[in-house]
Design a protein. Structure first.
Length: 494
């Protein structure tokens, strides 16, 4: 609903327009005097203003359907007046509440980067706003008409003085630079395409989030609000032209030098500015641009292009001249119309493609190494690069085994060797004289041949072993010399 509307006047004009349409359609009949009186009042308003009243009246009944039984009933007049006063107070309180909440934050929102606050500081601790607006070197560029920004590019100090003196007029039809995108508003402004980047300024975006969702979401993060947002309270499901106009209104007043709200600030009229923004969007010659703009704002505020689930009192003539009002607005409309006409124009027939000679037969490709893929072209095959020879790997010499240190062998336990016994005495007459060639050398007798094998020892009785040992001991005492023919015994030890 129109932020500047007076509810009582809105109801009165809305009923008159509703009655007028009913009579024109032949639905009802009325007295000629009543009709003449009504037509006289309506004639003071332009068709644009009448259409605006119709929209606001329909919106009022949508938000407050309980008003319908009270309208047009003389017996309910006092009750209706009480409700109207409450509604007017609520509208004024809402605007004032939004303004006061923005007052302590809008200076931070104006800085493009949080790490680079605006200098000189916007908040000086005095609570006064007289140093803002055109008196601030940075905010002056925000308020400057976008088409006059070139003056700041030439000499910022002189341009600021022209704003202060009124040589550069700030009117409701001279659109301010803060509406356009850029780290410094209007930096990317194109005078031949004014609608490009319009209503995309970072200060406007943060202010809209602050108002309609929550202050914690102003920079685009997730909201941490502990109360219902204004969008839900006012049953706002999609962004409309009036919402964007309201955000522009709050930004313009928030960075101005005015300490108190007023509809007029020098040459600037807030009511006209608000209505101009609404008309520019709703009556855009390029409906596609309008749809793209509203979808973009739905996405910014509600994270979805489809939106969330869920003036003078007598005429619309601005306090400024009609020529000034139509200056920027007419240019934007003309450019939008040209854009739409260009889209609607039939496309030129495509030019025939240039003749292309057939490509030469492809060369026989040499298979390339798997490690280096051969580049290919779609039009003309290019011979692959000659693969680089793969070097033969050098043989790696086998490592010589390191000899292990010699291990000391532990001798195996030996069985005890019996003491050697003296050789038996052989009688000379028993020795045979060798007549034949000497036989092959026999193995030396082992101790077992002299003393008997272990198996014999084990099988002999104990008494026989004792007798044999006694005979051996007697032979030792005799010390008989061995015969010359007897072969020496080898020790059994190794």
């Amino acid at each position: 609903m129109d932020v500047f509307c007076k509810t009582k006047q809105l109801i009165s004009v809305g009923l008159s327009l509703q009655q007028h349409d009913a009579v024109e359609n032949g639905d009802v009949s009325e007295d000629e005097d009543v009709r003449a009186s009504r037509d006289k009042r309506l004639s003071k308003m332009s068709l644009k203003m009448q259409d605006r009243y119709k929209k606001n009246y329909a919106r009022l009944l949508q938000l407050a359907p309980s008003l319908k039984p009270l309208l047009g009933d003389p017996r309910k007049t006092s009750e209706l007046n009480v409700i109207i006063k409450k509604m007017d107070a609520a509208i004024s309180a809402t605007r004032s509440d939004d303004t006061s909440r923005l007052k302590s934050q809008i200076g931070h929102y104006a800085a493009f980067s949080l790490c680079s606050p605006i200098m000189p500081p916007i908040y000086d601790g005095t609570g006064s706003r007289t140093h803002l607006g055109s008196n601030h070197p940075v905010l002056a560029q925000f308020l400057c008409p976008v088409r006059e920004l070139k003056e700041f590019a030439k000499d910022a100090d002189k341009a600021q003085k022209k704003l202060q003196s009124g040589k550069i007029k700030m009117t409701a039809s001279a659109l301010p630079a803060f509406l356009w995108a850029g780290d410094l508003p209007g930096k990317d402004y194109d005078d031949d395409n004014m609608f490009e980047g319009m209503f995309e300024g970072h200060l406007l975006e943060r202010t809209m989030r602050h108002i309609f969702t929550s202050p914690s979401s102003a920079y685009g993060g997730e909201t941490r609000a502990t109360r219902t947002c204004n969008a839900a309270l006012h049953d706002m499901t999609t962004v409309e032209a009036a919402h964007i106009a309201y955000g522009c209104l709050q930004v313009r007043f928030g960075i101005s030098a005015k300490n108190a709200w007023s509809e007029v600030d020098g040459d600037f009229n807030y009511r006209d500015f608000y209505n101009n923004i609404i008309d520019l969007i709703e009556d855009s010659p390029d409906p596609e641009w309008k749809d793209e703009l509203l979808r973009a704002w739905n996405l910014k505020l509600f994270k979805s292009e489809e939106g969330r689930d869920g003036n003078s009192t007598t005429n619309d003539i601005s306090s400024t001249s009609r020529e000034e009002r139509d200056d920027d607005l007419a240019r934007v409309r003309a450019q939008m119309a040209a854009r739409r006409a260009a889209k609607a124009a039939p496309a030129r027939p495509p030019s025939p493609p240039p003749s292309v000679s057939p490509p030469p037969p492809p060369r026989k490709l040499t298979p390339a190494c798997s490690s280096e893929p051969t580049p290919s072209h779609e039009s003309i095959p290019v011979p692959p690069r000659t693969p680089r020879p793969v070097p033969t790997p050098r043989p790696v010499p086998a490592r010589k085994p390191v000899p292990a240190p010699p291990r000391e062998s532990t001798p195996a336990p030996r069985e005890p060797t019996p003491a050697p016994s003296a050789p038996r005495r052989v009688s000379p007459r028993k020795l045979a004289t060798p007549s034949a060639p000497a036989p092959a050398r026999a193995e030396p007798p082992s101790p077992s041949d002299l003393t008997g094998s272990e198996s014999d020892d084990e099988s002999e009785p104990v008494q026989a072993k004792r007798k044999r040992k006694a005979k051996v001991s007697k032979a030792k005492r005799g010390k008989a010399a061995p015969s010359a023919d007897a072969k020496p015994r080898r020790s059994s030890r190794k």
